[in-house]
Write a protein that binds this ligand. Structure first.
Ligand code: KG4
Ligand code: ZN
Length: 333
């Protein structure tokens, strides 16, 4: 009955979670609001705030789970990919905790953890399944053959889907992170009001930089003609952008599922919180008689529960790392 403490600090969320025998008992997430004023994450500020948040987040996670720190069997932490300074805070904390308690360390790949969030709770996909992993830094279609046997079969050649959301919101003058706001306004708008281009990229890869430029020019030209264009049409713009981003993602996912003959399809990463994308995947799966797996909102954006559950499965395999472990800004599967 392993008791795992999970630590996540790869970007701008400081999070701690306790997992007992594969059950998540707590998932504390300290969001960093300081970045809003800058329109994006400022790495140096992020690592400083992680330093302030990490100990209270772990204490709260232990308290919520009603678990004593002496009962922890292993510490699982995000090793990468992510911002080096941010990762360093979580890695250092995990190492210090493990050293003090004389327990093993488990290194976790953040992107694998987003996929493994589907193993929290009872409704688990069956191997092999496809997972569309969409965050602020990544857009990947992952063929998941086993817990730690994953192959990226398609990915973005430039911007990530979350970046496209965030950059669009910046163009619209909305605060960072823009994805949740685009989602909110899109619910009130007409997704067919404006047509944005769908890039023609081969295989299962994506590109979002052309879309971003076309949105930029579209807004620039319309604002030149009518300075109140954004305020008057915000809901329709957000609905149309959201629809285009989700159709780009879902069309490729559909193509990959057919090519690989896969019937269990999952979403993961921050952008999987998006209402239009979630509804789109459910409709696609219903149409094809596939099963869709959509994580609970708290497990979509960065969280330590996904690190703790990944840690649980690595613990069962007996895969540990030593105190010499260092964070990796880039960490392939
Ligand atoms: O996985 P995540 O929390 O952090 C990274 O590892 O990047 O993803 C953050 C991204 C941001 O780009 C944010 O705007 C986007 O996820 N996001 C959303 C929504 N919630 C978060 N995008 C669209 N709709 C949402 N509801
Ligand atoms: Zn993430």
């Amino acid at each position: 009955m392993p008791v795992i403490l999970g630590i996540e600090s790869s970007c701008d969320e400081t999070s701690a979670s306790v997992c007992v025998d594969g059950m998540i008992l707590s998932n504390v997430i300290a969001n960093q609001t300081i970045h809003e004023a800058y329109g994006g994450v400022v790495p140096e500020l992020a690592s400083r705030v992680h330093q302030q948040n990490i100990v209270p987040a772990v204490q709260q996670a232990l308290l919520n789970a009603k678990v004593n720190k002496n009962d922890i069997d292993a510490v699982a932490f995000t090793r990468g990919p992510g911002l080096l300074g941010s990762l360093l805070v979580g890695v250092s904390f995990a190492k210090a905790f493990a050293l003090a308690k004389n327990i093993p360390l488990i290194d976790i790949n953040h992107m694998q953890a987003h996929v493994l969030a589907h193993f929290i709770g009872d409704n688990k996909p069956s191997f092999p399944f496809l997972c569309l992993t969409v965050s602020g830094g990544h857009t990947q279609i992952v063929l998941v053959k086993d817990y730690f046997d994953m192959e990226v079969i398609g990915q973005t050649l430039d911007d990530a889907a979350g970046e496209a959301m965030d950059k669009t919101s910046k163009i619209l003058g909305l605060p960072y992170p823009g994805g949740p706001l685009i989602d909110k306004y899109a619910r009130l708008g007409n997704p067919d009001a404006y047509k944005f281009p769908e890039p023609q990229i081969p295989n299962f890869d994506f590109s979002f930089s052309g879309l971003k430029t076309s949105i930029l020019y579209f807004i620039r030209d319309n604002v030149a003609a009518n300075p109140d264009f954004i305020q008057q049409h915000l809901n329709d713009i957000c609905a149309s952008v959201e629809k285009r981003i989700s159709t780009i993602l879902l069309n490729k996912l559909n193509k990959a599922a057919l090519a690989y003959g896969i019937k269990d399809i999952a979403l993961a990463g921050g952008v999987s919180a998006n209402t239009g994308l979630r509804q789109g995947l459910m409709a696609l799966c219903e149409k094809n008689n596939w099963r869709s797996f959509i994580p609970k909102l708290e497990y979509c954006t960065d969280n330590a529960a996904m690190i703790a559950i990944a840690g649980h499965y690595k613990f069962l395999k007996g895969e540990f790392v030593g105190q010499e472990v260092t964070p990796l800004a880039r960490m392939p599967f």
